[in-house]
Design a protein around this ligand. Sequence first.
Ligand code: HEC
Ligand SMILES: [Cu+2]
Length: 314
Amino acid sequence: MSPGFQLWPAAASQHAREVDLLIGSFGAMVWLLSLPVFLLMGFFAWRYRRGRAANRRHRPNRNIWLETSWSAIPFTLTMVFYVWATGLFLDLQHPPANAMTIDVVAKQWMWKFQHPEGAREINDLHVPVGTPVKLVMTSQDVIHSLYLPAMRIKQDVLPGRYTSEWFTADRTGVFPLRCAEFCGADHAVMGGRLVVMSPARFAEWLAANDGGALSPAERGAKLYRESGCAACHDRAANGLAPSLEGLFGTRVQLADGSVRTADEQYLRDSLILPNSAVTAGYRPIMPSYANTFGPDEIAALVAWMKTSGGSRPQ
Ligand code: HEC
Ligand SMILES: [Cu+2]
């Protein structure tokens, strides 16, 4: 898996190549601006060395344009890089709406991945080429960081919170996957492989690996029935709690007067911190499930709430 000494990690996405171009150009600019300074330093040290009969009289000429230029030109160049890098950074904050969402749970010292169709894997992550993939990540213990060098992306993974990162692989292959946040004794071996496959081979892999497991949405539906959510949330519960059907993506009016979009973060918060955002018109009676459900179960419930749109939860 470790391909020996590598001067530059393999690049397997458009984003990775853009990051390389940015780093390369920035490196070139730094050389361009600093090399003359060091060359001239050497030259002057040699030319005006002690004992050499050189003309040491200060030449009394001033050129305001020359003096301004060596502040203005580097400044302008740096601003170009600032705008360029900000563009790439913002791009990372906006996964495409059609991205395939994979749930990631980190723990000392492994990565657990859960595909929307049900397949689960540990340390290896299989994805299809050419499809945007969004990783929604949380930690079961300490802070980790999921680093995919070939995609040039890295994001901290925190306990009790969800963070995400996304990429679109543009060539097949096997690439390293690492933890990039020191997280304890076995941090150095906390990693695996990112396996990018052709869509056809990925479909075969998915079919061979779901092992009859329930998809996250199916597990979520089961949890909803078995955990007593229905006692409050079903229509039959006489309006004790709002119906969850078709909730995902709508705007929710909260008791404190604010309005929030019912996105994934909102659904998770509703389970972990139900009283942090109480829906207008209801009493804050929902218990917190922070100590009942682990990240896997919360991900399953969220997956179910996302897909139950329109159909009545039973
Ligand atoms: C004791 C009753 C009760 C139980 C049990 C309960 N809830 Fe709730 N839930 C509420 C009430 C009341 C609200 C609205 C007030 C609020 O936002 O806290 C709510 C709000 C929510 C919301 C936000 C809904 C919106 O329209 O903004 C979600 C999502 C949710 N619950 C999911 C669940 C899930 C999933 C379960 C089971 C694991 C569950 N609830 C169990 C009473 C309950
Ligand atoms: Cu780690």
